[in-house]
Write a protein of this length. Structure first.
Length: 202
């Protein structure tokens, strides 16, 4: 009887220790495997989804995107503005590098685009955007219009790189993108290493 009581107390003590350990673990440890590297905010008109590493803007409005962790670079997440939308997008020190994505085993061109624009967008810049295999760094639909501007009081700069035969800024591989206007700021656009143009737009 004494032995049984001692074993019971020992088991109870072990269970208590396990409960204390679990209680001290951060909630993130119990979350799903998906993480969100980008921090997104929108005005009252804005709506978006953030699933499978992609921020997809689904309505017109004003949006602001930054890195969840300051000075970090995401190698998985990307941004897409849906078709037919009028959007003002502020990208503050966003760093996306998908250049390692899309090896020869993945034949789908344009799969890893850092920023995809379906219609018209005014983008405030201070960022680095690099896309994966056969993808433009910033992909513009044929009818899209993209305007760049700087943050007020800042000499903003955008570094954008296409992957493979993709342009730095342009349409899907093999086609031109819409119109590009640079109101302010410095744009360093580089095509991929298989003949991609810096800016390939109308």
């Amino acid at each position: 009887m004494k032995k049984t009581l001692k074993q019971t107390r020992r088991i109870a003590a072990i269970l208590l220790c396990m409960c204390l350990v679990l209680a001290m673990m951060p909630a993130a440890a119990f979350a799903g495997t998906e993480t969100q590297d980008l921090n997104v905010s929108a005005d009252e008109n804005g709506s978006y989804t953030y699933e499978n590493g992609k921020v997809k803007i689904t309505s017109g409005g004003r949006y602001s995107i930054s890195m969840t962790e300051k000075s970090a670079t995401t190698t998985t997440d990307s941004i897409e503005i849906g078709e037919g939308l009028e959007v003002n997008l502020s990208l503050y020190r966003v760093s996306i590098d998908l250049s390692s994505k899309g090896g020869e085993e993945e034949k789908e061109d344009g799969k890893y685009v850092a920023l995809k624009i379906g219609k018209n967008a005014k983008v405030t810049i201070d960022n680095t955007l690099k896309s994966g295999r056969a993808s433009a760094g910033i992909e513009l639909a044929d009818s899209a219009e993209l305007t760049f501007e700087s943050f007020i009081g800042s000499a903003s700069k955008l570094t954008v790189e296409g992957g493979g035969s993709g342009a730095g800024i342009g349409g899907p591989v093999g086609s031109k993108g819409g119109k590009v206007t640079i109101e302010d700021g410095t744009i360093n656009a580089t095509g991929g290493n298989i003949g991609g143009a810096g800016i390939d737009a109308k």
